[in-house]
Design a binder for this molecule. Structure first.
Ligand code: NAP
Ligand code: HSE
Length: 449
């Protein structure tokens, strides 16, 4: 940290009693959906924040792209388009809520170099290059907090990083994208087609500017990488996450799930295999039983289920998006970073000591649902069953719907590796008794094998 960055409040030696005699300054990079709410909360809660931090917390600047836009709640005198000047102003805390990789990354690094602690909601940047941010934070002796980057308002990262720090997390499984959860809920409850619910999500302003971030699972994958890294003390980036979105989910899949007592959710799943064998991180549409706690997470809500060796199962639920809920998480980090400034301390850095191998999706062990369009004649079931058996995939349930030319067969399996299931599906596609493989989906949340 440059010697002149903070004249007051910096201890001469660890443990020295401090006299903090000025406001904690906060600069915002971004004044959009989240940034404008952060500015509002900083102004509206000024008295409480002063009491909680031990010093006033003062907003000093807001960097935006276009100066002319109306920005209710933001003092126009603070607005500027010179983001680099804001980042390097030597504020105690720089809050990055502009999004994207660049210039956000360069601005955050410049802010840290100027001695500022950083609070960000930028999951895309953290999942792509979190290591560079952590490294700069350690080098310049500043804080890096990012609670709002995963599951909006829900306190999730701090519990993983701090409250569960004495335990061993084995699995994190959750609904971390509100838009796709809204769409799947509407398909399930109202029978809307994919195209109809996509249009509805767009009309409600839920879709990202690039909707593929939501529907193709990339947003959830970035969040899964962040969760996995914190849970397993192993560096995980976006590239390590197997990612499938919901665009191939049909209303027939949704109805089939319903008829079996299941519901389809886009789940982010991060699991550590026993004995340090490795970590698998995946995002994909998943069938879960209707009595599973995640099944009742409807519309745009998020929830994350954590399994730890001693704690057992813990669930976090709440609003995963929206200006005010996300700003609440940002403000929590601002308060923590501000308290650290006032007391002359720095929060935890990156913890990747476990350095577990990241395993490919082929090693993932789950149950499956396979929906087949088949000819209804003697011997069909036997040929299908042997395709499963040939690949070591054990069948749990088989259900036939219809008959003759309209026969459909739904198979649910016991746990099998992704690799084995893929080989089975390839073999099924080659059978003359199978007219089409209509759907294949992973199943989670059932007890047993
Ligand atoms: P947003 O509404 O698009 O706001 C982005 C803000 O950044 C705008 O004020 C924009 O300026 C400014 N900006 C963008 N590029 C800039 C540049 N190059 N230089 C200066 N200013 C720039 O985005 P948001 O929804 O608030 O999201 C912000 C971050 O929070 C993202 O990382 C997002 O992933 C994350 N997040 C959002 C939510 C949510 O519900 N919205 C939830 C969790 C996390 P203009 O106003 O002039 O365009
Ligand atoms: N597009 C994201 C969602 C926004 O739908 O959850 C919050 O990160």
């Amino acid at each position: 940290m440059p010697a002149d960055a903070h004249e007051a409040g910096v201890p001469a030696s660890p443990g020295q009693r401090l006299t903090w005699d000025r406001p904690v300054t906060v600069a915002l990079l971004g004044g959009g959906t989240v940034g404008s709410q952060v500015a509002r909360l900083l102004a509206e809660s000024a008295g409480d924040l002063t009491a909680r931090v031990g010093a006033p917390v003062r907003l000093t600047a807001v960097a935006v792209r276009e100066r002319g836009k109306a920005r209710p709640g933001i003092d126009p005198g603070l607005v500027t388009t010179d983001a680099l000047a804001v980042a390097t102003s030597g504020s105690d805390i720089v809050v990055e809520v502009m999004g994207g990789i660049e210039p956000a990354r360069s601005l955050i690094l410049a802010a840290m170099q100027a001695g500022s602690s950083v609070v960000t909601a930028n999951k895309a940047l953290l999942a792509a290059d979190g290591a560079a941010l952590y490294e700069a934070a350690a080098r310049f002796g500043v804080d890096l907090y990012f609670e709002a980057s995963v599951a909006g308002a829900i306190p999730l990262l701090r519990p993983l990083r701090e409250s569960l720090a004495g335990d061993k997390v084995t699995k994190v499984m959750g609904i971390v994208n509100g838009t796709t959860n809204y769409m799947l809920t509407k398909m399930d409850e109202e029978g809307g087609s994919y195209d109809e619910v996509f249009a509805e999500a767009g009309a409600l302003g839920y879709l990202e500017a690039d909707p593929s971030l939501d529907v193709d699972g990339h947003d959830a994958a970035a969040k899964a990488a962040i969760l996995a890294e914190l849970a397993f003390h192993t560096r995980v980036t976006l590239e390590d996450v197997h990612c499938e979105g919901i665009s191939a989910v049909t209303i027939d899949d949704v109805r089939a799930a319903r008829s079996m007592g299941f519901v389809i959710k886009l789940l982010a799943v991060a699991e550590a295999l026993p004995d340090g064998a490795g970590v698998i991180v995946r995002v994909h549409p998943t069938m879960i039983p209707r009595d599973h706690p995640l099944a009742s997470v409807r519309l745009a809500f998020n929830a994350v289920f954590v399994e730890a060796e001693s704690a057992g199962q813990v669930m976090f639920y709440g609003r995963g998006a929206g200006g005010a809920p996300t700003a609440s998480a940002v403000l929590g980090d601002v308060v923590t970073a501000a308290r650290n400034r006032v007391t002359g301390s720095v929060g935890p850095g990156e913890s990747t000591y476990a350095n577990l191998p990241i395993l490919p999706i082929g090693s993932a062990l789950t149950r499956y649902y396979v929906n087949l369009d088949v000819a209804d004649r003697p011997g069909v079931l036997a040929s299908i069953a042997s395709a499963f058996a040939d690949n070591g995939v054990s069948i749990q349930v088989v259900r036939q719907d219809g008959h003759g030319e309209n026969a459909g067969l739904i198979v649910r399996t016991h746990r099998a590796t992704d690799q084995a299931l893929r080989r089975t599906v390839d073999q099924l596609r080659g059978l003359d008794t199978v007219k089409a493989v209509l759907g294949v989906m992973r199943v989670e949340g059932e007890a047993g094998d």
